[in-house]
Design a protein around this ligand. Structure first.
Ligand SMILES: Nc1ncnc2c1ncn2[C@@H]1O[C@H](COP(=O)(O)OP(=O)(O)OP(=O)(O)O)[C@@H](O)[C@H]1O
Ligand SMILES: [Mg+2]
Length: 429
């Protein structure tokens, strides 16, 4: 008799066979899945390896110097470019500190301090320094950036240095060129204005001399009334002391004017004296006006519209150079002969933390076709020998150097307006 609930052996065998077949099938399905997963993993691995190789190739072929440092300030990686300028081969850096690789101790100390700073603060830093390289010292711009893991902890610092030697040199050459062009512009201006300036000095000087001669003669006469008088001496009645003082004062005023012209010239004479300082735009504007007086006098009336304005950071000489260029241009845009109907309007005002100086003329204006070129060096519409075409180019460069702007817009009627905008210095309450 069979046990209750138990299948006969034949049936049991069939069930076990079925279970085995099912298991085998499942295993086979699993195996196929695993193989597919394996293939995917291999492909992913190959991709990672290839990406790593790409990154490595990229880093190694980068013209910039690339290195990374661990928390002990030991090199984790150095690319070929960095190794090429350093004292050892790329592989020799890994695991070593800067000092251990044979870098000059003074440089190693400074760099380690910078690396420590990035590890401590997590702040990216940038600096410029000169480092020894095989062909001589080179200038590098370096960025140190923290690298963090998934938890945000800084695990290393990446250093990327770019050789900016040629760029720095080009910049210095450009500055030198700008300085010599600016100097040339001043000399050209002085050359052009020399006859007029001589006139501006000569007129008051003649007056001073004539007054002094008269005074000396009269005082000598008073001191020795019986002495013989020159044949051409005026036989008029002696002046009162008050009259003598008035004549003396007039002579003094003329002498002061000569001194002002001489001072105005002094601002131009030596470009190397230019030092930016807190300055009022009014003084250099007046100095420029003084130097250009002779150019203006037969062409236009000067109108001053000066509001109180904060100081700006600039050198008087450079500002006077810019204003002189603008004022002379304004004068040259106006034909001689109608002083009463032409004006050169000078305005100083301030708004939005800036100081504005405007030079507006009632001249012939600028042709639309010329407008895009007026700030280009050597662009001039003046006859040969009358203008170098440097005035506006130099002026714009000077104003940009001071953090400002120089713009041109149509003036009232046919004229032109030039606007100088300079950042105002904070006013001390
Ligand atoms: N206020 C103005 N009115 C009309 N045209 C002007 C004015 N200012 C400048 N220009 C035009 O812009 C040109 C360039 O001016 P810029 O001052 O650079 O050179 P320039 O005056 O010709 O020579 P210089 O080097 O002697 O100053 C001038 O030749 C003129 O055509
Ligand atoms: Mg000019």
């Amino acid at each position: 008799m069979m046990e209750r609930g138990k299948a006969p052996p034949a049936e049991q065998g069939a069930a076990a066979g079925l279970a085995l077949a099912r298991l085998t099938h499942e295993l086979e399905v699993h195996q196929v899945e695993l193989e597919a997963q394996n293939l995917e993993l291999r492909a992913a691995h190959a991709e990672v390896v290839s990406a790593l190789a790409d990154h490595q190739a990229l880093a190694d072929n980068l013209p910039d110097l690339l290195a990374s440092f661990d928390r002990d300030l030991r090199h984790r990686y150095v690319n070929q470019a960095a190794a090429a300028v350093g004292p050892a081969a790329a592989a020799a850096y890994v695991g070593r500190t800067l000092a251990e690789t044979g870098i000059a101790p003074a440089i190693a100390t400074v760099w380690e301090a910078r690396l420590r700073h990035v590890f401590a603060t997590g702040e990216r830093t940038q600096f410029e320094d000169e480092l020894p390289a095989p062909g001589g010292r080179r200038t590098y711009l370096t960025t140190l950036a923290p690298v963090r893991d998934a938890a945000g902890v800084i695990t290393s610092v990446l250093s990327l240095s770019r050789d900016i030697t040629d760029f720095v040199k080009a910049q210095q050459d450009r500055q030198r060129l700008h300085r010599s062009l600016a100097h040339a512009d001043r000399l050209a201006n002085l050359g052009m204005l020399a006859a007029g300036i001589a006139h501006e000095i000569n007129n008051p000087l003649c007056f001073v001399l004539a007054t002094l001669e008269g005074l000396v003669e009269e005082l000598a006469q008073r001191a020795a009334p019986d002495a013989p008088r020159p044949a051409d001496a005026a036989a008029d009645t002696p002046s009162t002391f008050g009259e003598l003082a008035d004549r003396g004062r007039e002579a003094l005023a003329s002498a002061l004017r000569i001194r002002e012209v001489a001072r105005g010239l002094g601002r131009f004479a030596r470009i190397e004296r230019d030092r930016a300082a807190a300055t009022d735009v009014r003084a250099p504007l007046e100095a420029a006006l003084m130097l250009a007086a002779h150019e203006i006098k037969y062409r236009a009336t000067v109108v001053r519209d000066y509001a109180a304005a904060p100081q700006v950071a600039a050198s008087d000489g450079e500002l006077a150079q810019v204003f002189l260029n603008l004022i002379v241009n304004a004068a040259h845009a106006i034909d001689e002969g109608d002083v009463d109907h032409n004006t050169i309007h000078l305005r100083i005002h301030s708004a939005d933390a800036a100081v504005y100086v405007e030079v507006t003329d009632t001249g012939r204006g600028i042709a639309p076709a010329d407008l895009p070129f007026i700030f280009d060096a050597f662009f001039t519409t003046k006859a040969p020998g009358k203008g170098t075409g440097l005035g506006l180019a130099i002026s714009r460069e000077i104003i940009h150097g001071l953090g400002g702007q120089l713009q041109c817009e149509p003036g009232p009627g046919t004229g032109t307006r030039f606007i100088v905008r300079l950042p105002a210095l904070p006013t001390t309450a």
